[in-house]
Design a protein around this ligand. Sequence first.
Ligand SMILES: O=C(O)c1cc(=O)[nH]c(=O)n1[C@@H]1O[C@H](COP(=O)(O)O)[C@@H](O)[C@H]1O
Length: 269
Amino acid sequence: MQTEQLIQQIRTKKSFLCIGLDVDIKKIPNHLLKETDPIFEFNKAIIDATHHLAVAYKPNIAFYEAFGIKGWEALKKTINYINENYPELFTIADAKRGDIGNTSTMYAKAFFEDMEFDSVTIAPYMGKDSVEPFLAFKDKHTILLALTSNEGAFDFQTLKVGEVPLYQKVLETSKSYKNSENLMYVVGATKAEYLKEIRQIVPESFLLVPGVGAQGGSLEDVCKYGMTENIGLLINSSRGIIYASNGEDFADKAKEKALEMQQQMASFL
Ligand SMILES: O=C(O)c1cc(=O)[nH]c(=O)n1[C@@H]1O[C@H](COP(=O)(O)O)[C@@H](O)[C@H]1O
């Protein structure tokens, strides 16, 4: 998907909500467990109930890998369901990959060609030749971890490398990568106070911002410091939406939570 299509969708829906499909079999409603593929049935119900309020969906691959072949099948069925029924939606494989060049090419093929995701999250630690194989795919997006939402972000990401913190070096250096126009960045909502500086380095890039809701980040602060003329934000919520209820009404309750967030977002547009 081209970035312009994502921006158009955001303007039409007045939403820049990304719903995280971090599906834990222990947390999904009991009545779904009798289905052949409970994870897929859960995702399908959530997507059908919320697709008009969100612009992106982000399955976190760990939650599918943990179930082996069954998990991968549920993931494949979920991405196919979105692509066939709601092709306007932007899809993110939250896989946090990155390796030597030929291995990264295989990861890119897995998520862009076989799974047909629009984007994938990538760790920048191994540098240029680990990231560029993902950037080589036309109309696909590579979402580089810049400043993450967790406490451990302070272990390395904020340490100074020369004059600047490492996360700023990641942002600056990645701009020189081949096909860098296909880059987006992860910045945790819990680090909203860093967004002013981040926007000085990447004024236009889209930022995937997880960490509102369960992790305590503020949607208002993220919008205040991170929004650009073309919005430039995808704000993710996973647990706060998909586990709003674990009863038969789970999809309706997820819709209510998504609507609350969409309405809040609309007030910033
Ligand atoms: O790359 C991510 O999506 C990510 C980066 C980050 O810095 N923090 C973070 O929480 N995430 C992911 O975003 C989701 C957050 O989930 P909730 O806290 O339940 O909304 C999880 O899938 C995390 O793996």
